[in-house]
Every structure is written in structure tokens, then in C-alpha cells.
Design a protein around this ligand. Sequence first.
Ligand code: ADP
Ligand code: MG
Length: 607
Amino acid sequence: MVINILSEETIDKIAAGEVIERPSSVVKELVENAIDAGAKSVTVEIKEGGISFIRVTDNGSGIEASQIKKAFYRHATSKLTNASDLAYVSTLGFRGEALSSIAAVSQVELITKTADSLTGVRYVIEGAKEVECTEVGVPTGTTIIVRNLFFNTPVRKKFLKSPTTEGTYIYEICERMALSKPDVSFQFIQNGQVKFHTSGDGDLKELVYRIYGKEIAKETIPICQVGKNITISGILGKPTITRSNRNYENYFVNGRYIKSQMLSSAVEEGYSAYLMQHKFPFFIINFEVNSELVDVNVHPTKMEVRFSNGNEFYDYIASTVSTVLKMQEFIPDITLSEEPKIKEKLEKAPEPFEMNRSIRNDYSTKIGSVIESVVQNDKNVSMAESNIIKAERAVYVTAPEQMTLFETPFLSKEAEVNIEIIGQIFDTYWLFSYGEKLLIMDQHAAHEKVKYERLVEKIKNKSVVSQTLNPPIIVTLKNRERDILETYMEYFEGLGFSIEEFGNQDIAVRTVPIDLYGHSEKDLFITLLDELCDDMPKGKQEIIYEKLASMACKSAVKGNQTMSREEVKALLQEMMTLDNPYNCPHGRPTLISMTKYELEKKFKRIV
Ligand code: ADP
Ligand code: MG
């Protein structure tokens, strides 16, 4: 057997396999470099899903002529000097692997100039081999063009998805990078068309408007909480705009876009009282974490991080999110007609080579026509590739709308005298008028919520009343169920169950919480056990109580029933005392509202 020492070229290709998985990895690395170089403006342009062409242009520091070749060496970086720096990494890059990896598997053209030098350099490198190095006249900043990705690694190329899909990955990465840096202007161009262009003026809400559109932007709440080792800032989507997957969960750690199960579930837990099962929130959060408590050097793609005190962060994040949500009034508006047209206003964000340009200055007719042509182009694209287009969100910015309308919340003592109870319909819904609004309450959802909150309270105060069962319920347990039952025994007892061994594999349930009595207690008990077996985080007393109470309530809610006006008033008063009266324990709304404006639109009193 002979042991070979691999050539630099081979080593680079192998390393490239870890860092550069697909075109979107190239884009991510190049944009990170642009941000690290202090760019205020970054343009990403791709063709054919980035497989044949990627261009990233920035107006950052540029690379000094003498340093260019070095930048393409493996483990060559200006961001670290030794391993001890790793604990304080403040740049997005630090491994010095991106440029060498990209150059190993594609044809790269670099054009760069620093502010100090009069001319720039054009450097061409293909499959890690230098092809050309010439002087050129260019503005300060860096452009990197990557052509024919994986041209020399056919196997990797075979695993790429269609250009449309790869293009979508890049689109998403660019959106996230833009969201992570509201103070950097991003432009994304796909097959010759501008898909979005952010202003870089630091306004996160405006950024959301440009990327996600008006519907989402107006349903957001700011969050900002400074903690000991972690600061949480950004915006939370109201529970009215939930999604069926996690694609709308945007989070960053110290400005770095990463994936983290812990962060994602912590935020979701904060939302748990408001979301239905299998629904996920919309949010954009930057977690500013003491850099000594987070290890960013976990994986070559830098998409994973490790926290040294994850549990502490988890609890802090979940409770912060839930507190912010609790302070809001969430009554979804129903809209029967189209939104009123808002005067459109055009703004232009700076191009990479325009330094320090004020964003909100006047715009010339020239710009107007540029934008017109972009919009025209986008229309064409919409027809061709409608699945990936958000063209209508690009470029335009409408005049800032008043996002939150101040008024006394419907569910408040002050509002009470102005609420008129109109009556009940379909044995289920109560109608109220209040100010300029018609409100509709789902009586059962509201009842359930009140009942649930009372039960949680009782459990917490250990004042649950039990009901003795005669005969007791006998349940046969499997090993895993027995483990779970032992782990959570005190919670079951807190809820009002008393449980004893009953020989062999069996247990006897002798009492149940009174709220459960008469509602197929055995099924419910087994379901509770199953739920706990599933994915209950250990030791989270609060959630367990809530889960138990939620199930208990669900079973206890009766079918249609008539209520008197007095009872409705009492119900409203009870709701006022709750932290979150707007959703039932399963996340469904208890109240919806419709504005007078909507009605007038419907009756064509206003057009
Ligand atoms: P890393 O980002 O981990 O340092 P890279 O391989 O991505 O490694 O880049 C190598 C070096 O090239 C960087 O440390 C930086 O000095 C320089 N560089 C890369 N891209 C840019 C850019 N867009 N502007 C200025 N310098 C850059
Ligand atoms: Mg880098």
C-alpha cells in the first residue's frame, strides 16, 4: 500500500465539497465577504439558478493588489490571526475557505480596488489555476463573477436541482441576508430582472414591506429586549399570519444567518398559546449574544452554532416572546373587498458604487423610467416562472401607511360602556358594535378559553378539586408509558388525578379533576400520556400544565347552548381578566372584527 500526499488542487476540491454545496452556498459566502468588507450596498446577479453565472458586487473596502493571490489560498483570511481570536469572531467569515473553495470548482473573475489605490485589478482564476492578472480602472469595491460552477466536478453538478429550484434557494438566501442587515442596501437580479431592492436605511419594517409585501408588514409587532448575555431584537408576526412551515422564521445570531433548532423552538414556544398545531410563526429576530457563549466554528458552512448555556437562552427567549405577544390585542379583521389603493411613491436605493448616497432624496424622471422598465420585465417573468416571483414586491414602495391604529381595546374596562350587544346568531356567535367596528365572538371558543385559564390557575395554586371514580379506571401501561407517568406523576397529581399501582402492568386511576368528570376520562388520560411521550421538553412545568389543562378543557366544552345577555356580559368581563383572551387554547380566534369602512365598501357607499 502506498500513502499519497494529495496535491493542493485535490485538497481544495475536497474542501470545496464541504463549503460549496450548491450555487446558493457561493452566493452566501460572497455576500458574507461583502458585508465583512463594510459594504453599504451589495448587488447579487444570477443566471440559470446561479449554475452558469453569479455576480456579487459590493462597495466595500476592496482587496489590495498585493493580497489578491493570497486571498485565494486555502485557510487564508484577514479576519483571524490565531486560534484564540475564534472566541471573539465578529466577522461573518473567519475560516478563509470560501474563495479557495469557489475557485477550485468554477471559473472566477475578481475585479477589485481599494480606496487608496488609483487603479484596480482584474484577476481570473479557473479551477484554482491563475489565468490572468491585469490592471483596470474601476470604482472602489469588489466584484466577483463565478461562472460554470462545478465544471470540473461533474458528480457534484449532477446533484444540482433544476435552475429554477437552485434560483429559488439563492433568492431565499438573498432575502435572508437582506433581512439580517437592514442598514445595507441589497439588490437581487435574476435572469436580468430586479427581484428586490432594499433601501438600506435601517428600517426593518420597511424592509419587510419590500420583501414580504404589505399584508405581512402591517401585521407585525416590534420586539426588543436587552438581557444579560443576550439581546433579542426584531419583529414578530402577529399570530394572524401563521404559516404551515418554518420558511418564515428568520433568525440571526450576531447578524449571522444560521439554522438552530433551539432558537426556532424557543420562539415557537413563546407563540404556543396563539398558534394552532402544525402552524408556524413569522418573525425576524437578531439574537445578539455574548460572543464567548456561542461557538460559530461548528461546521464549514458556518450555518450551525453552539451555545454554552442553551437552556437559559431557551427560557429567556420563550418568555420574552410570549410577554410581547400578550401585550397586544389580536382581533383579526375580516376583509370583504380589496384594500383601498394607496398612492404609490417611488424610491431608489443606492447601487453598489454609489457611496454615502442619501436614500430619501428626490428621484429623477430617469430613475422613474428605469423602474418602469424593471416592472415591465417583472410582468414578463411573472408569466414565465410564476412560482418564484414576488415581482410586485420589488422596487415599489408605497407611502408609509399607519400600521397600528390606536384605540381603546375592545376587551377593556374603559371600552365596556361603549359596547353594544346586538344579539346572538346561529346559536354560536355574538355580535357587538363598538366604535367603527362590528365584532363577532365565537361563544364556545371564548368559553373554552376562560375555562382553560381558570383551570391553569387552579393547577398553579394547587386548588384543583378532584372527583372520585367508582369503580376506578384501570389502565395497562407499556414500559415507556410507565416511565413517562413516573416522570410526570407530580403534574398528574397537581391536576387532580390520583393514581395507584394495580398489579402486573396495570394502574388504577381513582380520582380525576372535576372538570374532566363525565367526559370519557379513560381516553383522555391515555391521550395525555401519549402527548407526553411525544415531545415534551423535560422539566417545563408551565407547558405541561397548560397542555393538560388544554386537553381537559377541550373535552369539557359542550355543544350549542343559548346564553343570556347577562351571561355574555359576564363572559366579556371574564375575558378582560385574561392575559390572552383572543385565542382559544387551541389557537383559534375567539373574536373577529369588521370595520364600518368594509361595510360601506360592500354597499358601494364609498368606492
Ligand atoms: P474569510 O471570509 O473566511 O476570511 P474568504 O476565502 O471568504 O475567507 O476570503 C479570503 C479573504 O479575502 C478575506 O479574509 C478578505 O480579506 C478577502 N476578501 C474576500 N472577499 C472580499 C470582498 N468582497 N471585499 C474585500 N475583501 C475580500
Ligand atoms: Mg468569507
